[in-house]
Design a binder for this molecule. Structure first.
Ligand code: DOR
Ligand code: ZN
Length: 347
């Protein structure tokens, strides 16, 4: 018999929609969300309130009619960001958060922050106004092993920032380690997003039996014990943990390359896969909190008023192996197992 799970419409608290042809190709796959926090790492990045407003208009124009998605914009923090511009953009309802990329940490992060003291005035102003800071939590020090970069970031950067600006609300984005989970569990004014792919792959999936570029993302997936810590945090019911897919489309030629770029495209199947993970953990009753309630509460928003239904069927759910974006293709994340959860829209 089919099992049904009716939950408030989910949100995505970390999403890359890109621009131009890629935006047109991927936006419809996120159209059935409630809200999504849109990442600002375009080329060039979305740095000012005016740029965020213009990007929001481009996203709305790329969406089909009558969709539920409401994009919540972010600004890309640089060492020359003007606190007054951030405050004005927030007061006008243009932005919901600011994103901190350490310079060089990931895709299009060259304009990010090198000297964290230089952004202190912006962070102080954000704390005062209650504007959340979304953090890509990895150090870029070449001496630090890539698998340790999240844990070292907590000690060297994140904890000092939070001590210097105690009221600042921080989202540790795409947490990938047991260390990150423990840090978030021990604090106030801090939450974390967890991606779908980090709930299902560990570093063996990337490297054993050949390199699988479509599993490469940043922060890179870690050992199995870290994946298990993420599943435990996501399914625990702790409101500090919520969905942020980090769905990050790249053209296949850029992934399947001698220097392949980071990102998993999960927009078409993340919720179905999450339902599978929660079912396996015996925590289906907590999926709604993770996907639809905790993130909204962290951002001070109400849950979406409407619902969706997830139905578990004997036939596996299907999605395209890849989608077309202009002249390019983008491969959809393959969880590596059949997923039996199907989405129905109750709106
Ligand atoms: O894997 C990732 N891809 N991690 C990031 O932090 C950025 C993202 C992207 O923009 O491609
Ligand atoms: Zn991201």
């Amino acid at each position: 018999m089919d099992t049904k799970l009716r939950i408030r419409r989910p949100d995505d608290w970390h999403l890359h929609l890109r621009d131009r042809e890629m935006l047109a190709a991927v936006a419809p796959w996120s159209a059935n969300l409630g809200r999504a926090i849109i990442m600002p790492n375009l080329v060039p990045p979305v740095v000012t309130g005016a740029e965020a407003a213009a990007y929001r208009d481009r996203i709305l124009a790329a969406l089909p009619e009558n969709v539920t998605l409401r994009p919540l914009m972010t600004l890309y923090l640089t060492e020359t960001t003007d606190p007054a511009d951030v405050l004005a953009a927030h007061a006008q309802g243009i932005i919901a958060a600011v994103k901190l990329y350490p310079a060089g940490a990931t895709t299009n992060s060259a304009s990010g922050v090198r000297d964290f003291d230089r952004v202190r005035p912006v962070l102080d102003a954000m704390a005062e106004a209650g504007i959340p800071l979304c953090v890509h939590g990895e150090v870029t020090d070449p001496a630090v092993d890539i698998f340790d970069r999240e844990a070292v970031f907590i000690d060297r950067v994140l904890d000092p920032i939070r001590r210097a600006t105690p009221g600042l609300r921080v989202v540790m984005e795409h947490v990938t380690t047991a260390d990150g989970v423990a840090y978030v569990q021990s604090g106030d004014n801090i939450g974390a997003t967890i991606t779908t792919h980090h709930l299902v792959i560990n570093r063996n999936h990337i490297l054993v039996g050949g390199i699988r570029p479509h599993y490469y993302c940043l922060p890179v997936a870690k050992r199995e014990n870290h994946r298990l810590a993420l599943v435990e945090a996501a399914t625990s019911g702790d409101p500090r943990f919520f969905t942020g897919t980090d769905s990050a489309p790249h053209p296949d030629h850029a992934k399947e390359s001698a220097c392949g770029c980071a990102g998993c495209f999960t927009a078409p199947n993340w919720l179905q896969i999450c339902a599978h993970v929660f079912e396996q953990a015996g925590a289906l009753d907590r999926l709604e909190g993770f996907a639809s309630l905790h993130g909204a509460a962290f951002y001070g928003l109400d849950p979406n008023p409407d619902h969706i239904t997830l139905t578990r069927r004997d036939t596996p759910a299907r999605w395209p192996e890849r989608i077309t974006a202009g002249d390019e293709t983008v491969t959809v994340f393959d969880p590596g197992f059949p997923v039996h959860w199907h989405i129905e829209d109750d709106a």
